[in-house]
Design a protein around this ligand. Structure first.
Ligand SMILES: Cc1ncc(COP(=O)(O)O)c(C=O)c1O
Length: 376
């Protein structure tokens, strides 16, 4: 049976990986500055992660959400401690789209309203309401288009105010650092005023931290650079270091009711073991401090390269903008220099999303290759 052909593929076949490196079937080593779309947080095949998952699957890999699962409680407590998000409650699911889908659904339950405000170049996933809130017509099918979503410009505070005052908006959903769109960020004033406008208009403020969360921005969550209190925070990618797990942190103002949300696989034992190993490593290896140090080092070098016209993002969620489209450069980096990087909807932007425990040597390796590739 052929595979449904929806992914344009690079001609590379990874078969193993360790830390910041991926190896193909000929044992060629690739430096991974993309982490499989920002997923690899603690590095490939981290020994504590491998051990935690191996131990758990040999005991109990899965049981449904109809029984006590102390691993979920342990994960929630650890997440509260590391994120500093006190008193929020956790609902676990399996992916970023699912996290946002549940966030939007909860906002609609809570406010009894149904229109969503989202932003230009935003990406929130490919399911029903999440894709409708995504600014990409090519991936919105007619069945998704029936959702009520208004897409506004980032930083257009007046437009947000006008829309919220109409009284029918259940949620404003935003990435504090845009991922797929190309690392753009609104101003602090915009984020903080939108937060206040949401609170004044019985609208929930959803922080989509699926990509920017879990330390990638240099803080546990990117919204923590601002004075805002999101009602719901969605998480996924870095949370499982490759094991499918997602979730939403829910403000205590929102009260749970039996049956309101649910999932078969979400929060299963194996996923929790993976999620706990990730948090333990982030804490014990001071990975958020490492993000800040390496980010500064990276940006300092990037600033010396004349072809780089703009450096976007925060922490280890970095965009390098050129005055040409980067698809050929990415090919050179992967095929000639054996380095994975990412692209974005902004075709002139190279996305850098390495594991959070990357070191200065890896960054030097990248810039040596980049300079050579740019000179070729
Ligand atoms: C900000 C953001 N939200 C949501 C998603 C969707 O996540 P998933 O692909 O796990 O459904 C993504 C994926 O790239 C993302 O970057």
């Amino acid at each position: 049976m052929p595979l449904f052909n929806v992914y344009p593929l690079y001609n590379v076949t990874p078969v193993s990986a360790k830390g910041a490196y991926v190896y193909d079937e000929n044992n060629t080593e690739y430096l991974d500055l993309y982490g499989g779309h920002a997923v690899i947080s603690i590095g490939h095949a981290h020994p504590r992660y491998v051990e935690a998952i191996t131990n758990q699957v040999s005991k109990l890999g899965f049981y449904s959400n109809a029984i006590q699962n102390p691993l979920q409680v342990e994960l929630a407590n650890k997440l509260e401690a590391l994120s500093g998000c006190k008193d929020y409650e956790l609902f676990l699911c399996n992916s970023g789209a699912e996290a946002n889908e549940n966030a939007l659904k909860l906002a609609s339950f809570q406010t009894n309203k149904s229109r969503v405000i989202a932003f230009k170049n935003g990406f929130h996933g490919r399911t029903s309401a999440a894709v409708a809130a995504t600014d990409n017509k090519a991936i919105i099918a007619p069945i998704n288009a029936q959702q009520k979503v208004t897409i506004l410009d980032l930083n257009d505070l007046e437009a947000v105010k006008t829309e919220l005052e109409k009284g029918d908006v259940c949620a404003v959903i935003v990435e504090f650092i845009q991922g797929v769109g190309g690392l753009d960020q609104a101003t602090a004033n915009f984020f903080e005023q939108v937060d206040l406008l949401c609170k004044a208009n019985n609208t929930l403020f959803i922080a989509d931290e699926v990509q920017s969360g879990y330390g990638r921005s240099g803080k546990f969550f990117a919204f923590q650079y601002y004075n805002v209190t999101p009602d719901i925070i969605s998480i996924a990618k870095g949370m499982g270091n490759g094991f499918p797990i997602g979730g939403i942190l829910i403000h205590p103002n929102i009260k749970a009711k039996f049956g309101m949300l649910g999932t078969t696989f979400g929060g299963n034992h194996l996923a929790c073991a993976a999620g706990l190993a990730v948090l333990n490593v982030i804490e014990d290896e001071f990975l958020i401090d490492n993000v800040k140090v390496i980010s500064e080092y990276f940006i300092k070098i990037a600033e010396t390269i004349p072809q780089i016209k703009q450096i976007k993002g925060k922490g280890l969620m970095i965009g390098l903008e050129f005055d040409f489209e980067v698809s050929e450069l990415r090919k050179k980096l992967i095929y000639d220099h054996h380095i994975f990087t990412g692209g974005a909807s902004n075709k002139k932007l190279l996305r850098i999303l390495p594991p959070l425990n990357i070191n200065k040597g890896h960054i030097n390796q990248f810039f040596e290759a980049l300079v050579e590739a740019l000179d070729e």
